[in-house]
Design a binder for this molecule. Sequence first.
Ligand SMILES: [Zn+2]
Length: 396
Amino acid sequence: MNYRSAISSDGHNQIFAQKRVLLLRMVRGARSVTRSEIGKSLGIDKSSITEIVKPLIKAGILREGMADHPSNGRPSRALSFADGQDHFLGLNLGVRRSQVGVMTLNGDITEEVDFQTPSDADAALRMAREEILHLYEKHRGRRFRALGVSVPGTTDPARRELTYAPNLGWKNVKIADGLQIDPAIPVVVENDSTAAAMYEARVRIRQSEDGRTPNFVLVRSGTGIGAGLVIGGEVFRGGAEMGMAGEFGHMTIVAGGKPCVCANRGCWEKYASAASAASLYLGDRPPARGESVPRFVEIVSKAENGDVRSRRTLEKIGDYLGIGVANVIMTVGIPRIIISGRLVYGWKFIKDPMNDAIGRSIIGRTKGWSVEAGEPIGSALGGALEVAAEEFLSTL
Ligand SMILES: [Zn+2]
């Protein structure tokens, strides 16, 4: 084989592998899907679908049988996963609290354990390993395919290490090495906003009529703010040399504003993260003696009970959120935004002032932009488990 044909054959293999993952993702997302639906959504011809599907059926991964199809109610031959016995482990490493859990291939989370994150990286890793081992031992008979870990920071290109988590103060933590409990269970480490974006992408395949994932930017607001981009059904990670895609939380929105962990001032996450609510609520002064610093969910519940100061706090956050969201839409050029993270608990108070702020920007004068709330679980354990499932699909 000469050089040129080697390249084109590699190119073909790469495209083929991409289409196979898209197809598997669609089967998993929809739970059962016909060949003609796959052809229409993914733009693949019949013979290519056969080329992809045949070996997967032969290997016992997919099966094709009669199923009542939701789109027309008539029974038709539909593809689904053959036995659904594959399971996944997940760890969401949060700044304050962490969760480990188990998910089926269908996306049902069957177990979740929550614990406080130790502030020391080694101690946190030891505790997480213990919790994961406990779940693994408890379900020994299950076929665990991968362990997904979501972290509040950047990862190395191989997705094995956490390179920097500003809100934890951790640098270069060998997460995958520390959590390898079985050589047959690969460990994949992913940024938490990207993991949440993967989760929302799968949810949206199930909701969409054509089985396609829309392009969207996920903005995750919790202790900090991060973003995940989904374009053409794939998450976008940015240049490997930077590993900084989605660090929108540190764009400056107030000149000379509040100091941030990144050493800059006036970063978006100091004004529109769930954690920023406490400071806004206290009027940007330290708590007085005997005064407690309210948690975000406490502020939301006070607002629900008619407390004006809490409601104003959430409205102010909505205003800042909208300013940043308009900037994100202008920068990335994707008009669909999904808000994820703890912030969504206060959505009903945040939504209108956020829309007003976007309305004041140049984006507000265009058509077709939308901002919606994601599912809270997606920004936590759900995202980590989704990383594991995606890893499994990519190896089939
Ligand atoms: Zn910053």
